[in-house]
Design a protein around this ligand. Sequence first.
Ligand code: BG6
Length: 484
Amino acid sequence: MKHTFPENFLWGGALSACQAEGAYNEDGKTLTVADVMKFDPTKDRKSKKHVEITMEMIEEAKKDPDTIKYPKRRGIDFYHTYKEDIALLAEMGFKVFRYSISWARVFPNGDDAKPNEKALQFYDRLIDECLKYNIEPLITISHFDMPVVLIEKFGGWYNRKLIDLYLNYCNVIFNRYKGKVKYWVTFNEINMSVRKSVKTLGIVNQGEDNYKEKVYQGLHHQFVAAAKATKLAHEIDPDNKIGSMVAFFTTYAYTCKPEDALQTHFDNQMKNLFFLDVLNKGEYPYYAKTFFDKNNIHIRMEKDDLDWIKSHPADFVGMSYYNSTVASSNPEKLEMTSGNVHSVHKNPYLPHNEWGWQIDPIGLRYTLNFVYDRYELPVFILENSSGFLDTLNEDKTVHDPYRIDFLRKHIEQMKLAIEDGVNVIGYTMWGPIDIISSGISEMEKRYGFIYVDQDNYGNGSKKRYKKDSFYWYQNVIKTNGEEL
Ligand code: BG6
C-alpha cells in the first residue's frame, strides 16, 4: 500500500494564549489588546466591519474588570485546565501542539529587568505536560496579544525599541525551553498587521496622515526582530526551527479577462508574498518598493537591517488557510462576503459557513503548490478549520458531521499536494478545543473536537465533552492520514 504522509508527519492542533488561557490578571499578567476587545451581541455574524482598537477603548477597558463583556479575559480557563485539556489532546494522539506564550505574562511591564517567574513556571508545566505525552510543543512567540503597556509606553512596534524588548523576551524563552521546544513561530499571521494593526503591531490610529507609513515601519521592525530572533534561536540551539507565518489569502481571478489576471497577481503580491519574500527569501521584493513609492511610504532602516534580514531567513514557511477570495479589475461590481479578518469578494462556486467564510478545500492544494514552488522550503499548515454552531445534546454528545466533512476535504487536498511533491511537514488544525473567537469574541463560533460548555456570556459548566469529530481525528492520526 502506498503511504502518502511521512512517518514523522506532525498531526495536531493549535490554540493561542489570549483565546484560551483566561486568568487575565493572575500571577502578575497585565492587559493585552485581546483583553480590551468586547463581545457585541448585536453585531451581525456576517458583518464585514472590523472594529479597530482605539486609545479610548483601552482606557475604558482598563477601568472595567468585567469578564462577560470582555470574553478573552476568561477564555476557556485553560490556565487552570491545561492538564485535563492536554490529556484529551493526547488521547486523540496529537504529535504536536501549537500554543502561544503570553508576552504580557512573562514581561508584565514590557521592560522589566527580569521575567515574571510565575508566568514561566506556568509555561514550564504546560510544556512538560505536552512532553509527558510525547507531544511536540510548537510555540508562537506573539499571537494577537500585544501587551497594552507596550502601546502606552512605547507606541507599539512603530518604536524601534520593541526589537530589543522582543529579543529579550525571546532570549528568555529560547534558553528556558532549550532541548524541550524545537519549533517556533515568530509572529502569528504577520500579514494581518496591515489590516489589524493594533492587534499585531500595537500601533493605534490617532488620525495621523501617515498612519499607513507607521504600520509598514512597525512591520519593518518586526521583520528585523524576526531575523535577529532566528539567529538567536539557532545560536542557542542549532536544532531550533523557526517559522514564518502568514494568513494565506488565496486569490483567484474572477474571470479569465487579462485585466483580472493581472489584478490577481498584484493582490497576491502585497497580501501574501511580500511577507514571505522578506521572511523566507530574506529580501524586500521589487514590487514592495514600487508600492511604497506609490503610497508615499518611507521606511527608516538602519544600515545593517537588510543584511540581518538576508542572513537569517526563517527555516520553514508557516501559514494558516481558511478561505479564498477572487480579484477583479472592477471590484466594485463584485459581491462581498466576510472572511478571516477582512471582507472578501464572493466566489459564486463556493459555499460558506454561518459567518460568511467561504469553504474551498481545493484552494489548499493550490496554495501549498504555489508556496512550495516559490520558496522550496518545508511548509507547515499552522491553522485550518472553520467555525460552526454546535449543539450539546442531553446525553452530552455533539454530532458534528459538517466539521468532519470540512476537515476531511481539506486533509484530502493536503494529501494530494504531498503527492504533487510538496514537502508539508505538519498540520495543526485550528482550535481543537472550543475557544473564544479572535475576530468577533464569540464563544459559540466553535472550532473544536472538544466541546466546552460555555456560552457567549460565560454561562455553563465549562466542562469538556468529546464531539464525534474527536474520534474521527483520532483515527486520522492513528492511520497517519490513510483513513479520512
Ligand atoms: C486566525 C487566527 O486568523 O483565525 C486565530 O490566527 C483565529 O487566532 C482564527 O481564532 C479564526 O478566526 P476567528 O475570528 O473565527 O476566531
